[in-house]
Ligand binder design. Sequence first.
Ligand code: DC
Length: 211
Amino acid sequence: MYKIITIDGPASVGKSTLAKKLAKKYKSPILFSGRLYRAVALELIKRKSDPNNIQNILRCVDCIDLNRLDSKELYSSEVDNLSSIISSKKKLRSKLIMFQKNFPKKYGRGSEFAIVEGRDIGTVIFPDADYKIFLWADPEIRARRRYEQIIKSGKIASFKRIFSEINARDRKDLTRKIAPLMPAANSVLLDTSYIDIEQAFNALKKIIFKN
Ligand code: DC
C-alpha cells in the first residue's frame, strides 16, 4: 500500500523539483495541486471572464483538462497572480478538494508513495499523511533562484519584479482566511535557504527513511 507524502511551501521554494526527484526515484505519482488553481485562472483569462464572480470561477473548474495540466501556458506571470487571488475563494477550494483526495486512490496503486505538493496539503487535504514536509527558504533567495533560472533559459527578467511578485504571493498565501499556507501539525520543516537541491533531496530522503 502506498504511503502519502505531502510537500507544502511558498512559491519558488523548490517543491515541484523535489517532488519530481522523489517521484522519479521511487516511481511514484505526483499531484501538483497548484496546477488545478492555475488551470482555472488560465480558463478565466481565456474566456475574459470576471474573476470576481464566483459562478464564473466554478464554471471554469468543470473545464479543467487533466491531460493538459503540464501545459507551459499555466506558468505565465498573469496566471501566477490570478491563481493566487482566486485560491482564496472558499467555494473554489471546496470544489477542488475531492479531486485532490481521490488522487492517491486513483493513481497510487502499486507505488511506494503518492506525492502531493501545494499549500494546504498537509493541513487540509491529507492531515493524516504518512510524511508531511514543509519547505521554506528566504524570499530574497527564492527570487534570486527564480531570476537565475529565467536568465539561464535565455530570457530577460527583472530581479526587482520577481522579488516583489514573490512577496505579494507570500502575503496572499500566508494571510488568507481559508487554508492559509502554514506548517501542518507533525510536519517536518526543511529550510533550503542555504542548501542546494541535491542537499535538500538527501535531507528529504533522511526524513522519509529515517537514516
Ligand atoms: O504551487 P503553484 O505556484 O503552482 O500554485 C499556484 C497558486 O495556487 C498559488 O499562488 C497558491 C495556490 N495554491 C493553493 O492555494 N493551494 C494549493 N494546494 C496549491 C496552490
